[in-house]
Design a protein around this ligand. Structure first.
Ligand SMILES: *[C@@H]1O[C@H](CO)[C@@H](O)[C@H](O)[C@H]1NC(C)=O
Ligand SMILES: *[C@@H]1O[C@H](CO)[C@@H](O)[C@H](O)[C@H]1NC(C)=O
Length: 454
């Protein structure tokens, strides 16, 4: 999900930068000169903060000097023989404009497929900073959910599609593997100070959101190094290592498999349940654990085999860690949903009529029942947070078939559900502002659970 957000954002950025130029096929075309690439990039990065002389565009073509930066949204031409760059203001949307475009595209045949974003407009570092800021915001699951519900993500294309379109483009991804190798060398050096390790992990965390980068990290042995860092005594390093693992594992099967074999599961669960660890370290451990297990049935099996349910249940013995508990329950609910969906699918394929009923045979549902999760989940009803209540209701709904008998006797649960429902109902009536129907949905959910436990 987070990866999608980044892809979406990167795409939007690219769109902004190239805006009209892409649509008009009026690209900045430059033959690729990979030997100068590095030098040039370095220079641009180094000069990041200096003030450039800005090119002042008019309606006439003018030559851009080497030291001038050009604002976005101009027509730019490059003479491929002399390297001279010229620019002018975009034409208004007139018939003249379309004429112009036609001339342009024939002037620059499509076989020259190397495009370059002018690095004076946006440097790699600036882009990276912007991305990073964005990415951090999206590490919150709530935002993810919000995005998902608005179906925004469907409007954007995958990184692979974008890459394909920009085939051969030296934008910024080309050298990722070299950066990763450098960072791994830092992690592997006994001489690296803690601060160096932390920065290297931070950089890696940014890079591994890209599926290929995460796989490369694994292939060159870097992922194993990161897993080893979980075994360190320093909480900050452990935390940052868990963060890298979580981001690398998300929807990345080869990485998930590799992590499972590396013993990361045990190290992460240990990190999660250790009450001496900082809350943020434990949260990162759960983040990594979730990423390792989601959409990876083998991982879930292994997790249950090493006592995953009692391990997560132990979080309910502590005080004051509601966020961790609700995240743990949500993880189990997600894994259970996956299991039930997969059973339903198989049952349908086998033409079993009552596939809904077949799904109730999910091993995880039975295990959760046996390990006391009917009771554990209801201990969270003391929450005052609406989103937590929503997650709880979803958990109740999926656990209902197994827990109904127990919950029928649970007066506290029934009182709480009634209270929530009434509060939301009166909020809807009072403010008359439930535009998205969110509270209405919650009322219905609570109502369903309540009725089935009556
Ligand atoms: C780490 O360094 C050792 C030698 O010091 C080397 O054998 C090993 O391949 C390195 N690991 C990685 C992942 O680079
Ligand atoms: C973690 O460290 C302990 C000893 O400190 C060692 O026995 C264990 O094998 C290590 N685990 C991993 C996965 O490296």
């Amino acid at each position: 999900m987070t990866r999608n957000c980044i892809i979406l954002f990167m795409f939007v950025l690219i769109q902004i930068i190239l805006s009209e130029e892409i649509r008009n096929k009026d690209l900045v075309l430059v033959p690729s000169e990979s030997t100068n690439e590095n030098e040039e990039q370095e220079r641009t990065l180094a000069n990041d903060d200096t003030n450039y002389d800005i090119f002042h565009a008019t309606n006439q073509w003018q030559t851009i000097r080497e030291d001038q930066s050009i604002p976005p949204g101009l027509h730019v031409q490059i003479d491929l023989t002399t390297g001279e760059k010229r620019a002018k203001l975009m034409d208004e949307k007139t018939s003249d404009g379309s004429e112009n475009n036609k001339a342009q595209s024939s002037q620059y045949p499509t076989k020259q497929k190397y495009i370059k974003i002018d690095k004076n407009i946006i440097s790699k570092q600036k882009l990276k900073d912007a991305l990073k800021d964005f990415k951090d915001k999206f590490h919150s699951e709530d935002l993810d959910d919000e995005l998902q519900t608005t179906h925004e993500k469907n409007k954007y294309r995958s990184m692979d599609e974008i890459k394909q379109e920009f085939e051969g483009a030296n934008i910024w991804m080309k050298k990722d593997i070299e950066i990763i190798q450098d960072l791994v060398a830092k992690l592997n050096s006994s001489e690296s100070a803690k601060s160096v390790i932390l920065v290297a992990l931070e950089e890696l965390e940014y890079l591994v959101h890209q599926i290929d980068n995460a796989r490369d990290l694994d292939v060159i042995g870097g992922l194993a190094l990161v897993v080893n860092l979980l075994n360190q005594t320093d909480n900050e390093i452990q935390s940052q290592a868990a963060y890298v693992i979580g981001s690398a594992a998300q929807s990345n099967l080869p990485v998930q498999v590799s992590l499972l074999e590396s013993g990361a599961l045990q190290l992460l669960t240990r990190l999660l349940v250790n009450t001496q660890d900082s809350p943020s370290t434990r949260k990162k451990a759960l983040y990594a654990l979730s990423a390792m297990l989601r959409l990876f049935p083998k991982g879930t099996q292994k997790f249950l085999k090493i006592g995953g349910l009692p391990i997560l249940a132990s979080l309910f013995q502590e005080n004051e860690n509601e966020p961790l508990r609700i995240k743990a329950l949500t993880l189990l609910v997600d894994l259970l949903t996956e299991q039930m969906d997969s059973i339903k699918k198989k049952a349908k394929e086998m033409r079993i009529q009552d596939y809904e009923k077949a799904a109730l045979k999910a091993p995880l549902l039975k295990a959760m029942y046996q390990e006391g999760w009917c009771k554990l989940s209801t201990t969270l009803i003391t929450t005052t947070d609406t989103e937590t209540k929503e997650k709880l209701l979803q958990a109740f709904q999926i656990l209902l078939p197994a827990c109904r008998a127990e919950w029928k006797q649970d007066t506290k649960l029934k009182v709480a559900l009634k209270l929530w429902r009434e509060q939301w109902r009166s909020e809807i009536d009072r403010d008359n502002q439930d535009d998205t129907g969110y509270l209405e949905t919650l009322v219905k959910l609570a109502d369903t659970v309540e009725q089935k436990c009556a």
